[in-house]
Design a protein around this ligand. Structure first.
Ligand SMILES: [Zn+2]
Length: 344
């Protein structure tokens, strides 16, 4: 029998690993939809394989990217018959293009290194958005600590119920306003588009707001196109001001003018620092959570956005009970908003 030299076997193994890695990276970057298309762990081997590949390639991927870059936003996509959605069936998700930039948040950097000097604890805030399309996501999110805010996509099957139950818990509840993205991906009901006239956009946004009882603020769902459009953002902020709502810029585009426009209109506002779950593995979510804490310690406070994935919800449920060891405190989102007198 011929003995295969060890060196040759090693070479074979390394080639195989590189091949798999390249496939996974390519799949993640170029064909995101099917790979993130499952919310439920009930779904079979393909997502599991992808998840495994993602965990294999995560270190390589993060090494290849400048830190603080890359996160794409995920969107719930109503691909199922809404009438059949009041059970626990897995939700269909559609991944969104929107490239976002992290670590570009000038306004909060001044907030407080001094928080420790004032004897105030370092604060983190968490928002779970994309709610409304399924029961399981709603129930899981409602089990998180009351400080965690929820943002709901308007006119979705569980939108009203999620809003009512969240409000009953005394939890900060928000509209997750669907805004046009650069890839023309479907927004679902209540979408706001750059082609809309002033009346059309304000009417659509008002309808979104009115569809959800007891909301106190709004953040953008996708919006890489709309949040970069000054005119549209003026109309959005005028409408939010009229309804006494605050605004969180999800920062799905580095060209977003949403945050500065909100400030100019004198709205209470802040900007997302970290997306928790663009890679849906416990390890990756943990890494993002650590980034959140690091940023908060640097600035005095920081906020993260997560999604109602089983992985995210179970991670947070456990992790948020262990914040003492990090010497940070979880606060309601309303406590980290900044306010500037209107300049308009
Ligand atoms: Zn969203």
């Amino acid at each position: 029998m011929k003995v295969v030299p060890i060196k040759r076997m090693m070479r074979l193994f390394v080639s195989l690993y590189i091949g798999l890695t390249a496939c996974a990276l390519f799949a993640h970057e170029s064909h995101p939809v099917p790979y993130h298309a499952q919310v439920s762990t009930e779904s079979v081997s393909f997502p599991a394989l992808t998840s495994w590949l993602a965990s294999l390639t995560a270190p390589l991927k993060s090494a290849m990217e400048p830190s603080g870059k890359d996160q794409s936003e995920f969107i719930m996509f109503d691909a199922l018959n809404p009438e059949q959605q009041d059970d626990d069936r897995p939700l269909m998700l559609q991944t969104i293009d929107d490239r976002v930039v992290e670590g570009q948040k000038p306004e909060s950097s001044t907030l407080s290194r001094d928080s420790s000097l004032l004897g105030r604890k370092v604060r983190i805030a968490i928002l779970i958005d994309d709610l409304g399309y399924n029961r399981r996501g709603m129930l899981g999110a409602l089990q998180l600590p009351k400080e965690v805010a929820l943002a709901i996509l308007p006119m979705t099957p569980f939108a009203h119920q999620t809003a009512v139950r969240s409000k009953e818990q005394g939890r900060l509840t928000m509209l997750h306003a669907p805004m046009e993205n650069e890839r023309e991906l479907k927004l679902g009901p209540g979408g706001l588009y750059a082609r809309m006239s002033e009346t059309e956009l304000k009417t659509a946004l008002t309808k979104d707001i009115d569809s959800l009882p007891g909301i106190q603020g709004v953040n953008n769902h996708m919006g890489s196109l709309l949040t970069a459009d000054q005119q549209s953002m003026d109309w959005v902020m005028q409408t939010l001001k009229q309804h006494h709502l605050f605004f969180i810029d999800s920062l799905t585009s580095s060209h977003s003018v949403a945050g500065v426009t909100a400030k100019r209109y004198g709205l209470k506002t802040t900007t997302r620092d970290v997306f928790l779950d663009n890679i849906r593995t416990e390890k990756a979510i943990d890494r993002q959570f650590s980034r959140l804490i690091k940023l908060a310690k640097h600035r005095g406070q920081a906020m993260a956005i997560g999604h109602p994935y089983p992985e995210t919800l179970s991670y947070l449920k456990k992790r948020l009970t262990q914040l003492n060891k990090d010497d940070v405190v979880l606060v309601p989102l309303s406590q980290i908003l900044s306010y500037h007198a209107p300049s308009l």
